[in-house]
Design a protein around this ligand. Structure first.
Ligand code: URA
Length: 235
């Protein structure tokens, strides 16, 4: 990044004014005075000071909602070189990170941000953030299975907390369920459905902490509104 752009981004002055400041010999990069224009720096590596005071980027906080398609990983690296959700977020300068995860074969609402405090809160079990899923499963759960699902199930070595489940549609050999959980164990919804003998065929998240995906198209993203951000921060 050009030195004057970096200075402007750090809030020192406008780019034009920053150029003047450079020319007047008040700027150092890694301890060396720069008094000519044309220097570029790497914000993550280089130390820039103005009048002996180190300047740093005030990172703008960015909050994004993505409708994740299936066939993408939410991790930033993947040993199998599969497609990453992060590659779907084009056109912003900030580096954002997924809040929690969705499986490779799950679609739907994923929030991404560079706000570490909010990420911590939204992913920490003690905050019990509710997540809503639409699950197409094999067969149709009976009343007993629904009750077991709601009261807590054993999945591997873990007993799930109370959950909500409702049948939205019944088909010949499958059904569409709305499921709400406030935990986030690995493949939890899939394991819970399998545990009542109704394996998941398709899984989509439609709401996270009360924020709804609405009609955002698959593969598309948008910034959260101020109201949505305030709402999440207040949870
Ligand atoms: N539960 C799952 O099983 N998979 C997801 O992606 C999210 C919740």
């Amino acid at each position: 990044m050009r030195l004057q752009k970096y200075m402007a981004k750090c809030g020192v002055a406008s780019r034009r004014k920053s150029e003047e400041i450079i020319l007047s010999g008040r700027v150092k990069v890694n301890g060396k005075t720069i008094s000519e224009l044309g220097t570029t720096i790497i914000p993550e590596n280089d130390i820039v000071s103005v009048d002996e005071k180190i300047i740093k980027l005030e990172e703008t906080k960015v909050y994004i909602m993505l409708n994740k398609p299936t066939g993408y990983v939410t991790t930033l690296k993947d040993e199998f070189n599969r497609k990453k959700v992060i590659d779907l977020i084009k056109g912003i300068d900030e580096r954002v990170y997924p809040v929690g995860r969705l499986d490779y074969d799950t679609s739907g609402l994923l929030i991404l941000t560079n706000d570490g405090d909010l990420t911590y809160k939204l992913t920490h079990p003690s905050y019990e953030i509710v997540k809503t899923y639409l699950a197409k499963v094999e067969g149709v759960p009976n009343e007993g299975e629904l009750v077991r699902f709601r009261n807590g199930l054993k999945i591997e070595d873990y007993i799930t907390s109370k959950a909500e489940i409702n049948i939205l549609k019944e088909y010949k050999n499958s059904s569409l369920l709305e499921i709400k959980i406030h935990e986030g164990r690995n493949r939890q919804v899939r394991k819970m459905c399998a545990s009542v003998n109704h394996p998941v065929l398709e899984l989509k998240r439609i709401s996270f902490g009360g924020i709804n995906m609405g009609n955002l198209k698959q593969g598309c993203w948008r910034f959260l509104t101020k109201n949505e951000i305030d709402f999440l921060k207040k949870l």
